[in-house]
Ligand binder design. Structure first.
Ligand code: ADP
Length: 355
């Protein structure tokens, strides 16, 4: 994508039951056509089969594509941009089980299967080594949003003596954009240090969700690398900052309210709410005649405000199942993806001066 356009990709989870007659990937590598037969049994009428087709054109369709290629095609440009001072965001969206975490974090089973986050970390530190004309500082944070509550996945490290969580607030400042006041920032000096923190955060997410009886696919996670660079040669007061957000969104499936009780009901309600506000914000952004975008209605859209409509290079991976049984969810994921494509952002280098 050109800068300013959201680059939208669809990734199909490999399956033995891939439904070729329903999901048709065109040889251009950018188009998916969905051919859906709906069996409508109307009372008094004879059985009727309704056929419908939809066509989605995206930046790229990733089918049988390795983790390495996904990183190179989707994410690399955004990571290199972040090192130059442009904010960047990579989002994974789709129903639970469609491959969001596999895409973002990857499988721990093999090095080859590691996902976007560890590869981005590796590239950042390789570039920091290479770009000898600059000195870089790298900080890391890991935020979870669960039922409209902000959880610092790396807070325990800092203040295990004070287990009561620090209160966090989403704030905005001119020149700094959106940030989370109270979220712990951890300085990292190597790939290994950063990977250890990623691992700690993942562990805290799992432990926390077990302890509180939560389902971790019901939360949104934002892993952020905060970069700051200064020129070694120019001894001026100018420096450049950027943020690289790597976001694993909660499963997008709409949970029915009937049948679920208590905790489940609450989760369903919050997820439906935050994802429908995300859709509303995206619709408002795509419709450029609308000057008010409802970012502040949920924590997710507020935290992602810069990534969606502001100063950021943004890409989205829409993860789908290739199976006929999931076609309704697949269609809704693809509709979300094509709306995302209409959004424009305004990436610009974040330059600052020492006071
Ligand atoms: P989600 O995060 O969307 O709920 P996961 O990433 O946990 O889904 O994926 C569900 C399962 O499918 C996991 O066991 C994962 O390893 C596997 N999987 C998903 N995508 C792929 C892929 N592209 N290649 C191989 N295995 C995959």
């Amino acid at each position: 994508a050109h800068s300013g356009e959201v680059g939208v990709y669809v990734r199909i989870r490999p399956t033995a039951n891939f439904s070729q007659d329903i999901i048709e990937c065109l040889p251009d590598g950018q188009t998916v056509n969905i051919h859906h037969k709906k069996d409508t049994k109307k009372p008094l009428c004879s059985r009727k089969i309704q056929r419908s087709s939809w066509s989605f054109r995206l930046e790229g369709v990733l089918q049988d594509v390795s983790q390495e290629e996904v990183y190179t095609r989707v994410c690399r440009r955004v990571v290199l941009g972040a090192l130059d001072g442009y904010n960047g965001t990579v989002l994974c969206f789709g129903q639970t089980g469609a491959g969001k975490t596999y895409t973002m974090t990857g499988s721990t089973e093999s090095y080859k299967q590691r996902g976007i986050i560890p590869r981005a970390i590796q590239e950042v530190f390789q570039e920091v080594q290479k770009r000898t004309e600059h000195t870089f500082s790298v900080y890391l944070s890991y935020l979870e949003i669960y039922n409209e509550t902000l959880v610092d996945l790396l807070a325990l490290l800092q203040s295990s003596a004070h287990p009561s969580p620090r209160s966090m607030v989403i704030s905005e400042e001119p020149g700094r954009g959106v940030f989370i006041r109270g979220l712990s920032l951890h300085p990292v000096h190597s790939e290994e240090e950063a990977l250890n923190l990623l691992f700690e955060g993942e562990m805290n997410r799992v432990i926390g969700s077990h302890a509180l009886n939560r389902n971790s696919s019901r939360s949104h996670c934002i892993f952020t690398l905060h970069l700051e660079s200064r020129s070694r040669t120019l001894s001026d007061a100018k420096y450049v900052t950027s943020k690289l957000n790597l976001v694993d969104l909660a499963g997008s499936e709409r949970l029915g309210k009937t049948g679920s009780e208590g905790q489940m009901f609450k989760e369903a309600m919050y997820i439906n709410k935050s994802l429908s506000f995300l859709e509303q914000a995206i619709l408002a952004l795509a419709d450029r005649r609308r000057d008010h975008v409802p970012f502040r209605q949920t924590k997710l859209t507020h935290a992602l405000k810069d990534s969606l409509g502001g100063n950021c290079n943004t890409v989205l991976v829409a993860n789908i199942y290739g199976e006929a049984s999931q076609i309704e969810e697949t269609l809704s994921t693809l509709r979300f993806a094509s709306r995302m494509k209409c959004i424009r952002t305004n990436p610009a280098v974040n330059e600052h001066m020492d006071p």
